[in-house]
Design a protein around this ligand. Structure first.
Ligand SMILES: NC(=O)c1nn(CC2CCNCC2)c2c1CCc1cnc(N=C3C=CCC=C3)nc1-2
Length: 322
């Protein structure tokens, strides 16, 4: 399994002539103290870990090689690693520092988000007010816009995958089901490396083997197996609704009934749902992905009036959750 990621440690060594050389040393399991389990997947476990040399804390995703091969998931593991290697320059995305392996497992050394899941905080609060929804909505949107600009569709955006760091800023995770778009430079597109086309990434000719989490799945994925950038914006609309209402817009007794509600756009706003947010959600929860509000128009929507986008957003103090 070819490894990627920057060298993780260096050591100064002198040779017989007294010459000092810098040796690149790959870290390994013995360099970490492993702590609590943060999450479990069908072929991976995520553990909190501390680097014994510099005491830095990480989340280390341990993937069982035998299980990956048996479950035919090698492609997904490579997609996840390649996706994470593309998304290294944004504060809102969990960063992959480096990987290493041993006989049995692969190890992804990742940012630790010690604040847990946004969903956990939402459950404690019941629902967020407009100010908190605006802040967390802005950080999620900024992170999704960055992913899309790097040719990545998340495809399973949901409050469980929106983590919080120590300062309660957003860290989006779980790219195991992400989709990497063909390099737009190879197609006639605009200069910023992103086609800007909401249908970018639509899989029209190949069967899509993955469907996200029922409550946040887009109608196009259910109807035509099309996963495109606009599918992440549908999930974003569901998240904005859920932060303010305390529940997702489409939820039924089982997955099949939830899918029927999505395809029929069968949802209502609770009394007291803020008008300005309602207008934004109504422009995102649109059945036709090409008619959904694109990222730049979302940023300029009056719901986000006063938000300082870019670095300033990530430098400000997260609002006290009340
Ligand atoms: N699948 C992953 O890559 C992954 N899974 N987790 C834990 C999951 C728990 C269920 N909801 C989705 C995330 C992580 C990561 C990346 C790296 C990562 C970094 N920090 C945390 N932190 C947590 C802290 C408290 C509770 C859960 C997660 N978790 C992860």
């Amino acid at each position: 399994w070819r490894e990627r990621g920057s060298a993780s440690a260096t050591r100064q060594e002198s040779d017989s002539n007294g010459q000092t050389h810098t040796r690149v040393v790959k870290k390994g399991v013995k360099d970490f103290n492993f702590g609590r389990t943060l999450g479990e997947g069908s072929y991976s476990t995520v553990l909190a870990a501390t680097d014994r040399q510099n005491l830095k804390e990480y989340a280390i995703k341990v993937l069982d090689k035998r299980h990956i091969i048996k479950e035919k998931k090698v492609k997904y593991v490579n997609i996840e690693r390649d996706t994470l290697n593309r998304l290294t320059e944004h504060p809102g995305v969990v960063r992959l520092y480096y990987t290493f392996q041993d006989e049995r497992s692969l190890y992804f050394v990742l940012d630790l988000a010690s604040g847990g899941e946004l969903l956990g905080v939402l459950k404690k609060m019941g629902s967020f007010d407009v100010e908190c929804t605006r802040f967390y909505g802005a950080e999620i949107l900024d992170s999704v816009a960055y992913m899309h600009s790097r040719g990545v569709i998340h495809r399973d955006l949901k409050p469980e995958n929106v983590l919080l760091d120590r300062e309660m800023h957003v860290k989006i995770t779980d790219f195991g089901t992400a989709k990497i778009l063909p390099d737009p430079q190879k197609r006639a597109v605009g200069g910023d490396g992103s086609s800007g086309d909401p249908m970018d990434g639509a899989e029209t000719d190949r069967a899509v083997s993955f469907v996200g989490t029922a409550e946040y799945v887009s109608p196009e994925l259910l109807r035509d197996k099309n996963a495109c950038k606009a599918s992440d914006l549908w999930a974003f609309g569901c998240i904005i609704y859920q932060l303010l209402a305390g529940r997702p817009p489409f939820k039924a007794a089982n997955e099949y009934l939830t899918f029927q509600k999505i395809l029929a756009l069968d949802y209502t706003f609770p009394d007291g749902f803020p008008e300005v947010a309602r207008d934004l959600v109504e422009r995102l929860l649109v059945l036709d992905p090409t008619s959904r509000l694109p990222v730049e128009h979302i940023r300029n929507h009056r719901f986000f009036e006063g938000v300082q986008w870019g670095k300033a957003l990530w430098r400000q103090k997260a609002p006290r959750l009340k």
